[in-house]
Write a new protein. Sequence first.
Length: 737
Amino acid sequence: MDVSFILDSLNDKQRDAVAAPLQNSLVLAGAGSGKTRVLVHRIAWLMHAYELSPYSLMAVTFTNKAAREMQGRIEELVGVPPQGMWVGTFHGLAHRLLRAHWRDAGLKENFQIMDSDDQLRLVKRIMKSMNIDDTRWPPKQVCWFINAQKDEGRRAAHVPDSHDPFSKGMRELYYHYEEACENAGLLDFGELLLRAHELMLTNPPLLRHYQERFRHVLVDEFQDTNTIQYAWLRVMVGDQGTITAVGDDDQSIYGWRGAKIENIQNFTKHFKDVQTIRLEQNYRSTGHILNAANGLIKNNDDRLGKELWTESGEGDPISLYAGFNEQDEARFILGIIKQWRDKGTSLSDMAILYRSNAQSRVLEECLVREQIAYRIYGGHRFYDRLEIKNALAYARLALDPNDDGAMERVVNVPPRGIGERSIGTLREMARDEGCSMWRAAQIIVEKSLMPARATNAIKSFLHLIEGLNTTVQQPDLNLNDIFEQIIEEAGLIPFHEKEKGEKGEARIENLKELVGAAGGFSWSDEDEEFSSPLMAFLDKAVLDAGEAQADEYQEAVQLMTLHSAKGLEFPLVFLTGVEENLFPSKMSFEEPGRLEEERRLCYVGITRAMEKLYITYAESRRLFGSESFNSPSRFIKEIPVECLEEVRLRSQVSRPVSMQRPDYQTEKNRLQNSTVLNNFKAPEVNVSMGDRVRHPVFGEGLVINYEGQGPQARVQVNFDDEGSKWLVLSFAKLEVL
Ligand SMILES: Nc1ncnc2c1ncn2[C@@H]1O[C@H](COP(=O)(O)OP(=O)(O)OP(=O)(O)O)[C@@H](O)[C@H]1O
Ligand SMILES: [Mg+2]
């Protein structure tokens, strides 16, 4: 068979990697140099040139979206889908193993996966039942501790004993947490990996089976594997199998979550006869974008060292925009998006990237106002929304009434007269009897242990869930019918109808969307390890959170954090909020090495852009409920100046790219000359953006923002002594200076 078509569209080095013998190899290369492309072609090559069955291949990607993309690209290349091949994230693959071998893994058949929100609730519950002071041991920190241990492959019993009371307390809580998870059949994300690793170590025949099956394992984004993931890879590959890993040390951005860059160095020691290949030609971005990325990352020490080059010409310089505040930044971005859209660029080819999820709100509001479709990755994701989680909790209870987490969530949602006191009694009883809250509720009803009203309320809840339990067991009901019944019988629609305004409406729409998503869920033969489609759907909702929204293929601007942008590319990219304290984040100043990780994150951001990159920052920003004035990020200064061009909406004022805070007079000119901002003039009181004003109490300040119309009109003034305040214009008695 002629297999040259697999190599045709590759450069020499990429070919070396793709057509290498069946051996261990490591491809180390910068962004956009074709690492992921090499993996796809390598898979095709193994199937065609070496006639390996897809069944004997496993590929690990970083997100579910990347896994789907990889499958699509293989199919495009070879004409048929790679059936039988395992492609997924570490979590997804571990989960698959555990569902298939739940008994060997020491799990309950209907074990449930917890997301971080469920995990936090569980920790809080445990701490409450132990009467532990959550100011001394903040529950979030407890979760953090537990997850960090799991990332390192440590169970509570493996955590070294310590004299320090804090560590001792943490270890103790970890023990109780493990026990609670075990009893309730709950697995957090870290547990999936840890358990899958243990499953292999403790079950030699099973391990042999998988080692014989997977002749070759492929890993993308290898630089971000943590200890337990790497250990699992090593076990799965064993002595017989081989592995291809591709990665870029300059894009290691998950150190804060336990990723170990040392895995790259250890790779050549742990695997035999590793062929190392470096790729240096970048096919993604223009020269200016690439030079900016190279210039920035040079400031990091301890790099494996590589320089990217491109044949694609210099392209447009990177545009730098100094927003007056976050509103202005968003307005500017929207302006550019509309220009590109009107010139014919698809909205899906545009991405807005930010450092932290909270930054998306202002951007989203602006997009909504302008009626531009957008899709948000991460943040408040579809399956994370309150109303969706409630409906899913009902479904979980219907499958397994002993799921305490689900029970706590919905036992009184909608309110049905089971108040905090009753729930407390249920909780206590469950603890004393060593049973689930469901069982405790049954006992209370059987023995009438509570006042009649409370008992009746609990009785009707039991009745409701038993009914749902029958529903989910009907073999001829589709998933969407099941969710329709759940929503109907639990009374979720009338509950949200009572909520005022748009919020309730949006929640009802989301519930309908859930029914739609359930209807569109396909349960393929690949999922044979699930005992029911509902269970497969519930797991997917946790693991796939946000990545598989119904509108995935609709044209929409893509919004995401820099962390979720890894591996992706877009013709037009906005890198926003590039300010000191935000990016690099304030936290990164405290821990050694973190600043370098932030710089790598910036490198990831810049290298997502193919044709055009905008970098924006705001001189004042309201975020996390307070106002701050940050200078432009040091990263901007590290970009070679010839790659940058400052955008001047404010034509008369010339401002070099500088790190200085602007003085007020220049600011005033700048604002008043700004085409964007001058559309906002207070109608009744004669105050304009950029005016110096005096307030009888707060003193002098500068008008920096404006909202609303008529009597509701408000201005934001940055007072010299009192900081920033929002004032209602009609009351504020401002005097323009
Ligand atoms: N030899 C080639 N000829 C043409 N285009 C190529 C070639 N190699 C890679 N590309 C294209 O360059 C872009 C970047 O490739 P790819 O995403 O595989 O890079 P990467 O190294 O995985 O990047 P990242 O580090 O960001 O994950 C893609 O659009 C890819 O199709
Ligand atoms: Mg890639």
